[in-house]
Design a protein around this ligand. Sequence first.
Ligand code: NDP
Length: 259
Amino acid sequence: MTLAVPRPVAAERELDGQVAIVTGGSRGIGRAIVTEMARRGADVVFTYRTDDAGARDTIAGVDALERRAVAQRADVRDAETARHVTAAALDLFGRIDVLVNNAGVARDAVVWKMTAEAWADVIETDLTAAFRFIRAAVPPMRERRYGRIVSIASINALRGKFGQSNYAAAKAGLIGLTKSVAREVGAFGITANVVAPGLIDTAMAAAMPEEVRQRSIAETVVGRLGTVEDVAQAVAFLAGPAARHITGTVLSVDGGQHM
Ligand code: NDP
């Protein structure tokens, strides 16, 4: 008797023919995620707020991989952005397989000096926008009985961080949002997960005082900062078909910084 064993799909092409939406793709971790999605075969619609030159560079990187990337300049704090971007992805490509909620900001202050505006800005950008994108992307995913939702939180959602009550609250909110959504969409072939990076070597980390950077490195067990590619690999795995049995989970990408 011959068993019909499905052929393993090469990881690098596992998103062939798929379409991904990524928020905040003009630089940093978001650009690495867009590029990794394209490297694995997906076409990508990504958003950004201000960095036109960065968005063009992201597109050029995807062009070089012979995939299509479409940039949408839009503020994710705007209540209509998620609906517009989702509609554009469906118009252009006819499907949405993957949603990555990556756009995020930090506006640090100790809680007794935190302005209402800094609180609201971070909650809107890092949490409410993810809710709106998930709400917009789930119906087309449900229709096709397939979807992958990955949201970028932070280890500071899990451990708290001096000066980051707004950021840690928003990122912890993403985890509760994700677990609830995972329960709601599981029956439709859709998974929802969180990636929680530790300190990653981006412009933000480069701008930190050297002793703060060194303290973060000392907290890891691998003795280095993570790279944007380290995060993108974890996101791409959770965004792929191979991760079908993983949902409602938080995957730390932090070199052991928080455990
Ligand atoms: P960057 O600041 O380098 O990039 C942020 C991206 O989000 C940019 O593309 C930016 O667009 C976009 N963005 C920000 N605000 C808005 C908005 N209101 N509307 C639309 N787009 C917006 O961030 P990182 O790459 O460092 O971080 C990416 C994610 O990873 C964030 O959610 C962050 O909280 C999280 N993270 C980062 C860590 C790190 O060490 N870097 C550690 C843990 C988590 P534009 O540039 O055009 O304004």
